[in-house]
Design a protein around this ligand. Sequence first.
Ligand code: ADP
Ligand code: GLC
Length: 479
Amino acid sequence: MKKILFVASESVPFIKTGGLADVVGSLPKCFPKEYFDVRVIIPKYSMIKEEFKNQMQYITSFYLDLNWRQQYVGILTAEYEGIRFYFIDNEEHFSGDRPYAGMPWDLEKFAFFSKAVLSVLPVIDFRPDIIHCHDWQTGLVPVYLHERFQGSEFFRGIKTVMTIHNLKFQGVWDIKSVKSITGLADYYFTPDKLEFNKDANYLKGGLVYADAITTVSRTYAEEIKTPFYGEGLDGLMRAREHDLRGIVNGIDYDEYNPETDRYIYKNYSARTFRKEKSRNKTALQQDMGLDVDPKTMMIGIVSRLTDQKGFDLIAYMMEEMCQDGIQLMVLGTGDPKYENMFRHYAWKYDKKVSANIYYSEELSHKIYAACDAFLMPSLFEPCGLSQLMSLRYGTVPIVRETGGLKDTVEPYNEYEGTGTGFSFANYNAHEMLGTIRYAERIYYDRKREWNKIVDRAMAQDYSWGNSARQYQELYDWLA
Ligand code: ADP
Ligand code: GLC
C-alpha cells in the first residue's frame, strides 16, 4: 500500500477560491483504495463553515519554532467521502474572511503551514511515501524536507511531487525578510535554489527540490518552457523538462452531473437536453430579471475576474456584444475594474446582461446548466475546469486556444461535423468577437448542427479516471 499526502492551501468542500480546491478535493477519491492511501492536509481557516468544523476531531497540539518565536500547531482531522483530511490550526495565521491576505502576510502563513505539515507527520504516525505539493503556498515543503527533516530516520526516502496549478503566483519577496521568516540558511538563497532576480521565491524552491514536477495540462507544460508563459521560470522549466509532465485535470462527475444536480431547476441528460435544458434557461432568466425567452442564446461566465481570464478582451468588446441578440449571465469576483464593468453593462442593458458579483456554488451550477454557451477567452490557462463543467452540462465552450483550453475543447469544424466548442488562436478582441458571432450564427441558423455539438460535448469524458492513472504511474515510478 502506497501512502500519499496531498498538501494544499485549499480543498473542497472545506474551502475554495478556485480550481485548485476542486482538484485537491476530488482527485484523492479516484485512486484505487487497495493500492493507495491518499490523505489531504490543509489549513484550518476560521472561515470554514460550522457544519464542517463540527465534524473535525482534535488530535493534539504542540509548538514549533519559526520566525524567532514559538508558534502553536493544532491538528484536527475529519473523514469526508472516504478521504482522511487533516487540518492545521493556528488562529493567528488562519483567521479572517479570506484564505489569502496577500503579501507579505501570506509568506509567514505558508512558511508556517509547510513546516507544520512536516512536523505533524511523526505525531500522527503517518509516513507518506510521497508528499504531493500544490502551488507556491506549499513550495517550502520540499525545501524544509531537504533542510532538516530528511536527516531523521522517519523522513528518510520520502519523495516529493510539486504540481503547478498556476505559475503566475510564486510567493516572491526580498531575501532578507524571507530568510528571517523561514529560518533557512544563506545556502538556500543562491540563483540555483530560492533566489530569483535578487529576491526569494517559494515556488522556485519547491520546483528545485521536488523529485518530480507536474502541471495541469500538456499544452501548459510546453508553454511554461517559453518566456511568454514562463513567468521568469522558463529556464528552470527547460532545465527540468525530463521531470516535468502535464496531466490534464478532471472534474468530479458526481458533483457535476446534470441528471442529479440538486442546485439546478430541471435535471436533464444527454438524451433529454433538447427539451429540458432550456427550462433551466427560462427559470434563470426569470430569477435574474432578464427577458424570458427560451430561444435567446445565453452565454455564461463563471470566473475569477482577473486579467488571466481574458477580461480585457471582453471589456473591449462588451458594447458590441450587447448589440447582438444574446444574453450574458456573469458570476464572479475579483479585480474591481472588471466587477464595475459588468455592473455598468447590467445597468445599461438590464434585460440582456446579469452581473452577479459574488461567490455562489449554487448559482454557478445553475449557470452551467442554463446557458447555451460559456465564454472563457483566457490569456493563459493552466487547465481550466469551468470549460469541463460546461461540456458536462452541454453548454458549448467558446475559448482561446491556450493551455488546458486547447487540450480539452475541440474546435467545431462545419465541414467534417466535428468539435465540441468554438475557439480562436490569438489574444485579440476582434478574433474573439468573430468567434462568438460565428457561434451565434450556428446557434440561430443551424440549430440541428448546434445540437450535435452539444451531443458531442456531453459525450466527452473528463472524469478523473484517465488522469488519476497517470498520477498513479508517476507515484509508482517515484517510490
Ligand atoms: P481558476 O482556478 O483559475 O479560478 P478554473 O476554471 O480551474 O479556474 O476553476 C474555477 C472554479 O471556481 C470552477 O469550479 C468555477 O465554477 C468556480 N468559480 C469561480 N468563480 C466563482 C464564483 N464567483 N462563484 C462560484 N464558483 C466560482
Ligand atoms: C489554477 C488555474 C486553472 C486550473 C486550476 C486547477 O487556478 O488557473 O487553470 O484549472 O488551477 O488546476
